[in-house]
Write a protein that binds this ligand. Structure first.
Ligand SMILES: [Zn+2]
Length: 278
């Protein structure tokens, strides 16, 4: 091999390295795909540019705050959301629930920053013969869930009780006892049958917190297949609750995300980080 060829090869490798450094993190690319904005790099850091809504950092030296609002977009992917067989969720009460971390700025830029802005962009989700207000960006995903549930109930009509007495979809509010907007405010969440739901704050005795659920695997699978996370996968369980978080159900979004080792339970004095119905 001649020296000139080695030199060229060296340059090609350096160029590839440079290109790798210049491609945005997978998770950031996913957010740009499922939400608004585009990945940009400056000052040696990656950001999601939301145009006039400003920029959100991909990484931050601080973790999410105690109410579950993230300080950086990469926080969204820190705790993996795992689908598959329903299993009791056991863990310390201060455990972080997969998907609980949210970035208000991202949701506000994508879905609307005020009650009015969201309201103007509500579409209609037809579900079991009733129409519910949901955000127009999520209508298609909600509709695909309807198709799945209709097919399921044809086969197993006994499961229909879970999709009766629906708790609701859109509601402009924060998560109770926090300043964080509920995903219901953006029209991307639904609460199924309230009477068949278990919610961590309703459980007595409160300590130790014991996970409970009646919702069947098939209903959970139908929502998860279309990009919805389920509140039954949380230590702070809310089993009627489903919310559209496609970035958490797309495995490619987590590529390269390092999951920190699990915290040991019972030593934190920070209290319960979350509260209130989502
Ligand atoms: Zn809910």
């Amino acid at each position: 091999m001649t020296f000139a060829l080695l030199l060229v090869l060296g340059q090609v490798t350096a160029l590839e390295q440079l290109k790798a450094d210049e491609s945005p993190p997978k998770g950031l690319e996913c957010l740009a795909r499922y939400y608004l904005g585009s990945a940009v790099k400056h000052d040696g850091r990656w950001w999601l540019s939301l145009g006039k809504e400003g920029e959100l950092p991909w990484e931050s030296p601080d973790g999410p705050d105690l109410e579950g609002a993230a300080t950086a977009l990469s926080d969204l992917f820190r705790v993996p959301y795992v689908t598959g067989p329903i299993t009791p969720v056991e863990g310390p009460e201060d455990a972080e629930d997969p998907g609980r971390t949210r970035v208000d700025g991202l949701f506000k830029a994508t879905y609307g920053a005020t009650r009015r802005e969201v309201e103007e962009r509500l579409g209609r989700w037809r579900f079991r013969g009733v129409r519910y207000p949901v955000h127009e960006r999520a209508v298609a995903a909600f509709d695909r869930v309807s198709v799945r549930i209709d097919a399921l109930l044809k086969e197993k009509p006994k499961l229909s009780k879970f999709v009766e007495n629906i708790g609701g979809t859109w509601s402009w509010r924060t998560i109770a006892r926090t300043k964080v907007m509920s995903t219901h405010a953006f029209g991307i969440a639904v609460d199924l049958n309230v009477d068949l739901s278990h919610y961590w704050r309703w459980v007595r005795p409160r300590k130790p917190l014991k996970w409970k659920n009646r919702f069947p695997q098939e209903i959970v699978d139908a929502f998860e297949a279309e990009g919805f996370i389920w509140g039954g996968r949380w230590v702070h369980f809310d089993t009627m609750h489903f919310e559209y978080r496609p970035e958490l159900l797309d495995p490619s979004c987590r590529e390269g995300v390092v999951t920190p080792p699990a915290r040991d339970g019972g030593t934190s004095d920070a209290g319960t980080p979350d509260s209130g119905v989502r």
